[in-house]
Design a protein around this ligand. Structure first.
Ligand code: CTP
Length: 824
């Protein structure tokens, strides 16, 4: 049977060298062509490509060979039918049944392969010996790293005897840093933190990039701060995956005991794990809790609700609704006579069914195809199910028996608990003078009341982007209304308070100040209305949408101007990335789907890979349809007001959200083309006639809607509270757009154009300008014809209607004389 070696994404030199060793060991083995290797490994691979036997197509049956990793699960899932056996060479040993190969604690995986070459007395060329030596050198730090064993040295000696070249090793492993590496390092160094636990120093770093860069780690390992610590944890988020690497540097700390808890393997010195669907910052908080030996809610059994309320499959729809309503539950697992879970049923579906079939049974309306969890699963598995499949309630089964359920709320609470250890990244920032002056006053007043107060959300983002800000949003750890009242008194301005939301706003000069109380929403039981309580700043920030919108700046006297960033917002701002704080963000508030695209369009940012994946799922689950209509439409209106509306609409198109915002809407190529034209037209109008400027967003909307049916468009405009002119223009477009175009085409003289366009609203004219052949005629009208004037003095003796007609006739004559009409 053929042996196929797989290398993991971003595999390092040790993995590549040991894979090469396997090729030498087994002539029938081949390397599955790797797509993405670490920088060093890919250099070596490129230079020695002639020595590697690679394949791109997999045979029907093969033995899976892995080197420097023991994660075989994902390959099994992908190629279950083809993999007949598994062989692993890894020095992060974890005992597994039924696996061939070697899993032993030495300094490099290559050592294990070389030992086998030695045992079998396979002769190798100097070039091959060189390639193999690279893996040992790299992973043992030239035989100096903790975890290096005499076996590594022996293997290396054997390779040197076979002619391994030292100058080649120096070439690939030289330690000087390139400018890019220094830049990269300086970016990551901000996030390096040291903690002292029982007299031991633990260093932890979070590295976020959309691409996996394994050299970063190698460079970090060489930092003095890291080298001298007892343990070092690197949390690397790359795309949708988060890797955690742990290294114990003086043998004082068992890193694997920490990482084992989150699915990792390895040994005391070095351990690693790969997680999906969980953000790096959250992993950091979890790792910290684990290091400190605190209880962390990691597993489904830690967060699930039980005992579980269930419905029997034979129960009548009517009765089931009653049962669910009495308990205020949105749904329940359905069981059969033997107590086995056979489906999930939601009240919403039962209510629909009850109109026609109140006497039918629950089993007729339940979802028979559902996901389930085991109490041992990690919490993020449930988040993944919830965010990608839209289930609201996931049964937890142990040995096929129902032991609990997990709901959105259980998960949100779990997420909150898992960010408990997060410390904010803090840094002083300079506020513009007008913001600083007023913020100082706010801080002073808060101090008198014994509150703390922060600038928060979009205003912080805009300050960091260097934008002008006039609307200041504050959150108050304390009573926001009281604070705002005091300030209003002091400045002699009026105050508007909304006690039911705990918010208030005032205006001082040109600056609007809005105060909200930091809050947390808790639910006494699932489905109930939330109770709003005071909360910490961190909790307040955690319920926000994107990392760039979840930062605060303290305006308290002691630390005035300190940026507080728990979730890596500053870094995302620099990297131009929109990232949700947790996987349930879009489920929690689907309006955020549109918000993310608005910010991405406005700022020219990208969605992070995981955010993009979550957004795509949210769209395919049609979550926007269940969003509160008023808020959704308000968001759409905000988008239409944006300067870069076209970019936003392009994103709407790319992510297929329009059909969910506007029922019945469909893109066609002429719309896209037309939008670009309209942008030019709007820019032209804005510059030529600044005094006539209108809310152009509506013109864009009218353009998109103009081919749609009136009975779809009018309710939409109403739901958006569109001004009445928008509605009028739409009706006029439906009625006259075509005929006016015809009239313009038939026009012989300027006065014909004038007659066709006179009295038409501006938006109508701008829309007409998107039609190429008549554009210049409309432009002529807007620029010239409509301004042609004649002096009434010329018409002495005429009055009233007669005068009016004479003036009009003269005007037409004059424009025909002055402006010749170009042919079309
Ligand atoms: N927010 C949120 N989820 C939403 C809406 C708002 O988390 N669906 C939070 C964000 O932290 C946001 C803040 O509330 O920054 C204020 O919201 P808003 O005023 O709507 O947006 P801004 O971010 O200020 O954006 P803009 O510049 O468009 O006003």
């Amino acid at each position: 049977m053929e042996r196929i070696i797989f290398l993991e994404e971003g595999a390092d030199l040790d993995a590549l060298s040991s894979a090469y060793g396997v090729l030498l060991l087994y002539p029938d083995s081949k390397l599955f062509k790797p797509k993405y290797l670490s920088k060093r490994a890919s250099e070596v691979f490129k230079d020695f490509i002639h020595l590697f036997r690679t394949v791109e197509e997999l045979p029907e049956e093969f033995e899976l060979v892995l080197t420097d990793t023991y994660h075989y699960q994902e390959y099994l899932e992908k190629y279950r039918d083809r993999i007949k056996s598994i062989r692993i060479y890894d020095h992060h040993p974890i005992k597994r049944e039924g696996i061939e190969g070697k899993l032993e604690p030495v300094g490099s995986a290559t050592t294990l392969v070389v030992e086998e070459l030695m045992e079998r007395e396979i002769d190798i060329s100097p070039e091959s010996a060189t390639i193999l030596s690279l893996g040992i050198y790299e992973d043992t730090g030239f035989l100096t790293y903790e975890g290096t064993t005499p076996r590594d040295a022996k293997a290396l000696a054997w390779l040197l005897e076979r002619g391994a070249k030292l100058d080649v090793a120096r070439k690939y492993l030289s330690e000087t840093l390139s400018k890019e590496q220094i830049d990269m390092l300086s970016k990551h160094l901000q996030s390096i933190e040291s903690y002292f636990l029982n007299g031991k120093r633990v260093v932890i770093v979070v590295i976020r990039s959309e691409e996996y860069q394994s050299e970063v780690l190698r460079i970090l390992y060489d930092l003095k701060e890291v080298r001298e610590s007892s343990a070092f944890f690197a949390i690397v988020s790359a795309g949708q995956k988060t890797y955690v690497f742990g290294r114990s540097l003086k043998g004082e700390f068992d890193v694997s005991s920490v990482l084992e808890r989150i699915g990792g393997g390895g040994h005391t010195f070095a351990s690693a794990t790969k997680l999906e669907g969980i953000d790096a910052q959250r992993v950091k908080s979890i790792v910290l809790s684990l290091i400190k030996g605190e209880r962390v809610l990691l597993k489904i059994e830690d967060i699930m609700s039980y005992p579980v309320f269930v419905l029997h499959q034979d129960m009548k729809v009517r009765d089931a609704i009653l049962e669910l309503s009495q308990r205020n539950f949105a749904g329940a697992p359905v069981i059969d006579d033997s107590g086995r879970v056979v489906g999930i049923v939601y009240k919403k579906n039962l209510l629909k069914a009850s109109k026609h079939y109140p006497e039918r049974q629950v089993k007729d309306f339940m979802m028979g195809d559902f996901h389930s969890l085991s109490p041992e699963d990690f919490v993020w598995k449930a988040e993944d199910i919830l965010s990608h499949y839209g289930e609201k309630l996931i049964p937890v089964l142990k040995d096929e028996k129902l032991v609990g359920v997990v709901t959105r709320l259980d998960l949100l609470q779990g997420i909150k608990a898992q960010t408990y250890e997060l410390k904010a990244y803090e840094r002083r920032i300079k506020l513009p003078p007008h913001v600083e002056e007023i913020s100082r006053e706010v801080g002073k007043m808060a101090k008198e009341l014994n509150f703390r107060v922060y600038l928060v959300g979009g205003v912080v983002r805009d300050l960091l982007l260097g934008k002008k800000v006039w609307d200041l949003d504050f959150v108050v750890e304390g009573d926001a209304i009281k604070l705002s009242k005091r300030l209003a008194e002091k400045y002699g301005v009026s105050e508007h308070a909304f006690p039911e939301f705990g918010t208030a706003h005032i205006k001082i000069g040109d600056i609007k100040l809005e105060f909200a109380t930091t809050r947390r929403e808790t639910y006494p039981h699932p489905g109930a209305y939330p109770l709003v309580e005071y909360a910490s700043l961190k909790e307040d920030l955690l319920r926000r949408d994107f990392t760039i919108n979840a930062m605060a700046v303290s305006v308290n006297e002691e630390d005035m101007g300190t940026l507080i960033d728990y979730f890596g917002g500053l870094r995302d701002l620099k990297d131009r990335i929109i990232r949700v704080l947790h996987p349930l963000s879009f489920v929690e508030d689907p309006v955020r789907i549109l918000r993310s695209l608005r910010f991405a369009g406005r700022l020219g940012f990208k969605l992070s890979k995981s955010t993009e994946r979550l957004l795509k799922s949210a769209v395919s689950l049609e979550l926007l349809l269940s969003a509160p209509k008023g808020r959704l439409m308000n968001e759409f209106r905000l988008a239409l007001r944006e300067e870069r509306i076209i970019e936003i609409l392009e994103l709407y198109k790319k992510y297929q959200v329009m059909g969910q915002v506007i029922k019945g809407f469909q893109w066609h190529p002429s719309l896209e083309d037309g939008l670009l034209k309209l942008r030019g037209i709007v820019a032209w109008h804005r510059i030529e006639f600044p005094k006539e400027a209108i809310d152009y967003g509506w013109v864009y909307l009218l353009f998109l809607l103009k081919e749609m049916k009136t009975n779809q468009v009018l309710p939409l405009l109403q739901s958006m509270s569109a001004p009445s002119w928008v509605r009028k223009v739409f009706i006029e477009v439906v009625k006259d757009f075509k005929s006016v175009q015809m009239a313009l085409r038939k026009a012989f003289k300027s006065s014909d154009v004038y007659k066709a366009l006179k009295g038409r609203p501006l938006a109508f004219l701008l829309l007409l300008m998107t039609v190429d052949d008549i554009k210049d005629r409309v432009k002529l009208y807007l620029e010239k014809l409509r301004f042609v004037r004649v002096e009434p003095k010329e018409f002495v003796g005429l009055k009233g209607k007669e005068l009016g007609k004479a003036i009009e006739d003269k005007k037409l004559e004059l424009m025909d004389e002055t402006y010749a009409l170009e042919k079309i």
